[in-house]
Design a protein around this ligand. Structure first.
Ligand code: O7M
Length: 220
């Protein structure tokens, strides 16, 4: 996945036309579009191929099952045209290996959730996050998901993985995180949903966040 704007759109709308319109409006400001259960359950898996016209697609199914089921899920998702898949790391190394095995057959990428951005993410997942980051590194994942709501945790995770894995970071805007803060903490991309797709002008909102990130990276 190429890093230009350092922003990923979380397209959690449930209407096909709306999803396509937003993608058309904002594609130039995002490096990828994250599609998850809300949109796919509402419109079907074919939406992945339709949206792939605008940007690479990250399928966020937070895959969390036994290795065999994970393999079957990943197969379907890559057949549907996704460029990357998001999986949970807490299920353990064998489950993660199964996803990475299928992804490498398709020459696609796997992102592993190490810690979640909501308050409950600190309850069970946070204590395991550093161990999850380590197995993701050993297993050869492409990147981790770490919380923009806790830039200090992104910094910590970055220290553990060095520059061997990428970090994508949700929780900007609606959940209280700030794009420039989490980029400064070591995230490669921020993931932004409601602040863009619920804005009066998604295009202007995306442009504004992209500019904030650009200024941070240029030290302005
Ligand atoms: O900007 P928002 O809050 O409207 O949307 C954030 C998106 O990121 C939304 O799609 C969430 O499901 C997702 N997300 C989190 O908000 N927190 C996490 O810890 C993890 C994810 C995610 O993308 O996991 C892969």
């Amino acid at each position: 996945m190429e890093r230009n704007t350092c922003m990923i759109l979380a397209l959690d709308v449930t209407d096909r036309e709306e999803a396509l319109k937003i993608a058309e409006d904002v594609w130039e400001f995002v490096d990828a579009i994250k599609v998850g259960y809300p949109l796919v359950l509402a419109t079907g898996l074919d939406i992945i191929r339709e949206l792939a016209e605008f940007a690479p697609i990250i399928a966020d199914f937070k895959v969390a099952d036994i290795p065999n089921t994970n393999r079957l899920i990943c197969d379907q998702v890559f057949e549907a045209g996704a460029d990357a898949i998001i999986v949970q790391g807490f299920t353990g190394r064998d489950s993660l290996d199964a996803c990475i095995e299928i992804a490498s057959e398709y020459r696609k990428d796997v992102f592993v959730v190490s810690e979640m951005s909501h308050p409950g993410g600190a309850e069970f997942l946070q204590p395991a996050a550093e161990a999850i980051a380590k197995i993701a590194l050993e297993a050869g994942a492409f990147g981790l998901v770490a919380p923009a709501t806790r830039p200090e945790r992104v910094k910590k995770i970055r220290k553990i993985i060095g520059d061997k894995l990428t970090i994508i970071s949700p929780g900007v805007g609606a959940q209280g995180g700030k794009a420039s803060d989490v980029i400064a903490a070591g995230a490669d991309w921020v993931i932004v949903g409601r602040s863009i797709y619920k804005a009066e002008s998604p295009k202007e909102a995306a442009c504004e966040i992209a500019e904030e990130i650009r200024a941070e990276l240029c030290g302005e």
